[in-house]
Design a protein around this ligand. Structure first.
Ligand code: TRP
Ligand code: ZN
Length: 468
């Protein structure tokens, strides 16, 4: 759609100003009096009520960033191609901290105000449901991480040589204005300028890199739908390795030299891990892959899309886990954070399966060791299908009991049907979303068994369940 020209807008404003009586009629004739309402300030997720926004879908983010690693200053311009899903008189973006200097909608300056993590944008005219529109936000400042309910740092985390940028569950808003809920997935173009000698690593493919006047610009593109929390622009002094696998996947590994010797033997296994996971879970969902191994004390790794992010050299289990998320969580996205076991239970079970098939303990043995924990153990503190709050989503019951749920399903369905279920799940929801209810329905359909008791017991019942 063509944005109205500035000239046209100025002209219209002038006419309206001189003919106040005819205002309503005139604007009506121009098509702008559609009654609109304010888009919701959140996506409706009770765990993070202000994450995401109502009334529109972002199809594409075009982010142009410049970061100065010495004074930690970020300059940003975000251009969002969006589609209204309601008639919108105004809408919100999620953005925390930073100073916004200008917002445009379809090329025209728009009014905006800040309200906590909400950037409230009022365009000149109502945005009609179903119509595409373009928003630009110019902003700058020193990005700071947010603290999650479980106490961990999330978002833009400065390091001694750059920044570790991990946005799960709510940190995307610390560095770009977003519809920051996994319900809304988008393609991305991310261009980052950093001091020469530093590398900025993001998702997807590196389209180009250019050095000028002591600064290097990296241009990254992710074409597959991606949730905002899975975007990264991790910056540091990195050794870079690139190659293409036998399956035609482009691998880009960036490693902090301080982690290089510990990381090398594990990263060497990435192609074999991806092909092993492809056999179990279906074809790798993306065209690019890789790893970002930073040297930072963040305390967790993140399955940033196509290119997991580690705060230090990962062990093989962590590599298997974060790459399993490419199928479970990234390609198939959540619609609500309470379904987090669909990410973490599956990625954890991938670790058990890897161990089982590479000369280690069977998944049954791993299950048994966990099941032996007494009823008062933290493992049984809450059921994984209903963690109860955002502060619990990365806790042991989600990971371990989530994986135990899949092991129970495997026993009930048998190996053949169990792996068929996993592959049907990734194929049927690829590039889209999935819910716990949909997974249960699929498992019942493929196995031909009633599984409501199993899921009810393992996912939703408080306390230590009885094992079949
Ligand atoms: N999803 C990550 C993983 O398991 C973990 C994670 C992301 C996390 N953000 C977090 C853990 C915040 C604790 C706190 O691979
Ligand atoms: Zn995980």
């Amino acid at each position: 759609m063509t944005p109205p020209s500035r000239l046209h807008l100025r002209h219209r404003t002038a006419v309206l100003a001189t003919l106040p009586v005819a205002l309503a009629t005139l604007v009506g004739a121009a098509g702008a009096t559609v009654p609109g309402k304010a888009g919701a300030s959140g996506a409706g997720d009770p765990y993070f009520p202000l994450s995401g926004n109502g009334g529109y879908h972002v199809r594409h983010y075009d982010l142009t960033l410049r970061y100065d690693t010495s004074d930690r200053h970020l300059d940003g311009r975000a251009a969002l191609s969006a589609r209204a899903t309601e008639n919108l008189s105004r809408f919100d973006l999620d953005l925390k901290g930073l100073k916004v200097t200008r917002v445009t909608v379809d090329g025209a300056p728009a009014a905006f105000r800040r309200d906590g993590q909400e950037l409230v944008v009022t365009p000149r005219h109502t945005l009609r449901a179903g119509r595409d529109f373009r928003v630009t936000v110019t902003y700058a400042g020193t990005p700071k991480p947010v603290t999650d309910p479980d106490g961990s740092a999330d978002g833009w985390i400065p390091t001694d040589d750059g920044a570790f940028v991990a946005g799960e569950p709510q940190g995307a808003m610390t560095w770009f204005p977003a519809n920051s809920h996994p319900k809304d997935t988008s393609s991305y173009d991310i261009s980052v300028t950093v001091p020469q000698g530093r590398t900025a690593v993001s998702n997807g493919v590196l389209l180009g890199r250019r050095t000028e006047h002591g600064r290097t610009t990296f241009h990254w593109r992710e074409t597959q739908p991606m949730a905002a929390y899975l975007a990264t622009v991790t910056i540091g002094k990195f050794d870079v390795e690139q190659y293409t696998t036998h399956d035609g996947v482009h691998v880009y590994n960036a490693v902090d030299p301080r982690e290089a010797s510990a990381a090398a033997p594990v990263l060497k296994k990435l192609p074999s891990v991806l092909s092993w996971e492809s056999k179990l879970f279906g074809p790798y969902p993306f065209r690019s892959a890789g790893s970002i191994v930073d040297h930072a004390s963040v305390g967790y790794a993140l399955e940033t899309q196509t290119r997991p992010l580690y705060d230090s050299a990962p062990d093989i289990g962590t590599l298997v886990h974060e790459n399993a998320h490419q199928w479970f969580g990234d390609s198939v996205a959540l619609t609500a954070w309470k379904d987090i076991w669909l990410n973490e239970g599956f990625a954890t079970y991938a670790e058990w399966l890897y161990t089982e098939q590479h000369g280690g303990d069977s998944a049954q043995k791993t299950f048994d060791a966990l099941y032996a924990r007494p009823a008062g153990d933290h493992l049984w503190a809450f059921p994984p299908g209903d963690p109860g709050s955002g502060g619990n989503i990365f806790d042991t019951p989600v990971y371990a009991r989530g994986a135990m749920t899949l092991h129970e399903l495997r026993k009930a369905a048998g190996d053949r049907d169990f792996f068929r279920i996993l592959r049907a799940w990734t194929a049927g929801h690829r590039g889209g979303h999935g819910t716990t209810a949909q997974f249960e329905a699929l498992a019942e359909r493929i196995s031909g068994k009633r599984l409501d008791g199993l899921f009810h017991t393992w996912l939703f019942t408080k306390g230590k369940p009885n094992s079949a």
